[in-house]
Write a protein that binds this ligand. Structure first.
Ligand SMILES: [Cu+2]
Length: 166
């Protein structure tokens, strides 16, 4: 019995050792990735892509309180602005998503930002067509969960997500 134990213990230790080293390299890879995309802790770099299929590639954006958010919206499609325009609009808490979307439809002359709801908007990009980009910078709002959307007519049902400040 003692012999058996003496055999099993080293085997278990070796197995445990393998497991540990696997986990460690996994964590190291993750950390390295995070630090290369965001070298300045005060800056949150966000890249959001919209395409010709009326979709954003992010459903959730996470930043930290106190950070300055540098957000770039890319329209990766080919469709012109008139047919498939995209923007990024970050809504203040307490704003009715549906009310804002409805009002934005008739705000073409103001880049789909309804003038009488300007107080409901924390930040927004201009509306762009295929192949175009727009970058904006704004201070992250206080901790909490916010809605973002594309306010181009008919898009907010699909092009929306949560902007979370931690
Ligand atoms: Cu859109």
């Amino acid at each position: 019995m003692k012999k058996l134990f003496a055999f099993f213990v080293p085997v278990l230790l070796i197995l445990a050792g393998c497991n540990n080293s696997n986990n460690e390299t996994g964590i190291e890879k993750f950390k390295a990735k995070e630090t290369t995309t965001d070298t300045d802790p005060n800056l949150a770099v966000v890249v959001l892509n919209g395409d010709d299929n009326m979709t954003f590639d992010l459903k959730e954006i996470r930043v930290k309180e106190g950070q300055v958010v540098k957000l770039t919206l890319n329209h990766t499609g080919k469709a012109p602005l008139m047919a498939m325009g995209h923007n990024f609009v970050l809504l203040a808490q307490g704003t009715s998503f549906s009310e804002f979307s409805m009002a934005a439809m008739s705000a073409k002359d103001n880049d789909y930002i309804p003038k009488d709801m300007a107080a409901s908007v924390i930040a927004y990009t201009k509306t762009i067509g295929g192949g175009e980009s727009d970058s904006i910078e704004f201070p992250a709002p206080p901790k909490g969960e916010y809605d973002f959307l594309c306010s181009f007519p008919g898009h907010s049902g699909m092009m929306k997500g949560k902007f979370i400040v931690e």
